[in-house]
Design a protein around this ligand. Structure first.
Ligand SMILES: *Cc1c(COP(=O)(O)O)cnc(C)c1O
Length: 460
């Protein structure tokens, strides 16, 4: 047997590899959004390690083989770049994380890291749970969290059922997200984090990310933004002061609908009164390698590949879906059988001015040189005549699918009161402003005229 390489030798080689990766990441970081989305960190150097494959390979292997016990020890003690075991890390998942981190920090000087998770809900959990440690309690008042009441039903249930009922966390709901006074009154020194969805599912409500970040930071508290509906193609919250961004990657980012996935993307050196130093220094890396190791919400490499494939065209997809949705929203707003339409692109929408400040298509300008306004693919509307009529409208849809889903290349509709927001009960729905005659519609890439025809005959 030949002399085996020492741990020190492996560490030296590992450091060179990390340095080279950092340099290559800087190179891709200087490129435009679409280039980053298409390539990520998977460049020629990376391809030569993968038989020249120009596409990211799918590493389904559960574990990594090591040359000898020294390399194994260096890897398992985190001294060299390695993936070891797919619950902890996986090369295919790593390509996705690198792309997501770059897209969220696009146009900023911030360094970011990403942790991919098994679903959007596990991303919400992994991003919020580390702030709720009892070790950080000051004894007297219970810890509180400040959250937009208009939020995804799953998030509402996690915060009320798991955090409030099981752990005694005081959940302070923000009802009118446009009222900064309401945010200010809710935040105090026992607040662990401030959490907002932008725009919200299903009522599309918006909030001033920069101003709420400033209010949170005044108390040394992090702002967490669920940016699922914006995607980095329309808004990058870290640019506006947010510390942590959450995505249900299952939605627009995996437009094909072939995967459930989530992600937490965080800037380095986040603001927080609680938690260990290593958590603040690199939050996404911390949750990936420590709480992630213990809770185990890892993403399947197969799902990571599905997402990588769809992410390449994120910007052009969001552009197309947004333009279709604007046409559909205009049609619905003028329809006699519709009470109201929630869509940030409509001038009549309450948060329209704020949405105009935050939501633009990245790397795009109009012929006149102003930002290209795009408002995403989700809208909701209330039907005149009540719940039964609303069910009839949904049941008559021919092209639009009846499903609790959104962000698809295909148009999908649901009645949130009987589906996504059913579990939270009537009081919870009132809080979140989800009436029983509300239809949520995620507009797809079919021709907008055909979607409008389908709605027209369903509403007739
Ligand atoms: C769907 C959704 C989630 C949950 O994501 P899953 O991938 O379904 O777990 C969280 N936030 C928002 C805004 C969503 O639309």
């Amino acid at each position: 047997m030949t002399q085996r390489k020492s741990i020190e030798q492996y560490i030296a080689t590992g450091q060179q590899a990390s340095q080279a990766l950092t340099e290559r990441t800087e190179t891709i970081r200087s490129k435009k959004f679409d280039t980053i989305a298409v390539r990520g960190i998977y460049d020629a150097t990376e391809s030569m390690r993968n038989q020249g494959s120009i596409l990211e390979p799918l590493y389904l292997s559960s574990a990594q083989h090591f040359e000898n016990s020294n390399q194994m020890e260096a890897a398992l003690t985190g001294q060299i770049p390695a993936w070891a075991y797919s619950r902890i890390h996986n090369p295919t998942v790593g390509y996705l994380e690198a792309t997501l981190a770059l897209l969220e920090s696009y146009g900023t000087d911030e360094n970011t890291s990403a942790c991919a998770t098994s679903s959007g809900m596990s991303a919400v959990f992994m991003a919020t749970n580390p702030f709720l440690s009892v070790a950080d309690s000051n004894g007297s008042a219970p810890a509180n969290i400040v959250v937009t009441a208009k939020c995804y039903g799953g998030t509402f249930m996690l915060f009320t059922e798991r955090y409030q009922k099981e752990r005694g966390i005081d959940v302070r709901w923000i009802r009118n997200t446009l009222d900064l006074g309401e945010w200010e009154a809710a935040i105090d020194k026992n607040t662990r984090f401030v959490f907002g969805e932008m725009p919200s599912n299903p009522s599309l409500s918006v909030f001033d990310v920069a101003k709420v970040a400033a209010l949170s930071h005044a108390f040394n508290i992090p702002l967490i933004v669920d940016s699922t509906l914006s995607t980095p193609a329309l808004m990058r919250p870290i640019q506006h002061g947010a510390d942590i961004v959450i995505h249900s990657v299952s939605k627009t980012m995996t437009n094909s609908g072939f995967a459930i996935a989530g992600a937490v993307v965080a800037k380095h050196n986040i603001t927080s009164n609680v938690g260990p130093d290593e958590m603040r220094t690199n939050f996404a890396q911390y949750i990936k390698f420590l709480p992630g190791r213990d809770y185990g919400p890892c993403l399947s490499p197969f799902n990571a590949l599905m997402t990588l494939n769809d992410l390449r065209t994120l910007r052009s997809n969001v552009d197309l879906l947004s333009r279709n949705t604007m046409q559909v929203a205009n049609f619905l707003a003028a329809h006699p059988n519709i009470d109201s339409v929630n869509y940030p692109g409509l001038p009549s929408f309450e948060g329209h001015d704020l949405a105009k400040r935050y939501l633009h298509l990245v790397d795009a300008t109009t012929e006149a040189g102003s930002p290209t306004m795009r408002y995403g693919h989700l809208l909701s509307f209330t039907v005149k005549g009540g719940h039964e009529t609303t069910r009839n409208v949904l049941d008559r849809m021919q092209i639009i699918w009846r499903a609790t889903d959104l962000g698809r290349i295909k148009s999908v509709a649901t009645i949130p009161a009987i589906s996504t927001h059913q579990q939270q009960g009537e009081a919870g729905r009132d809080l979140a402003n989800v009436p029983s005659n509300l239809i949520r519609l995620s507009v797809g890439a079919e021709n907008a005229l055909d979607i409008i025809d389908d709605l027209d005959q369903a509403l007739a």
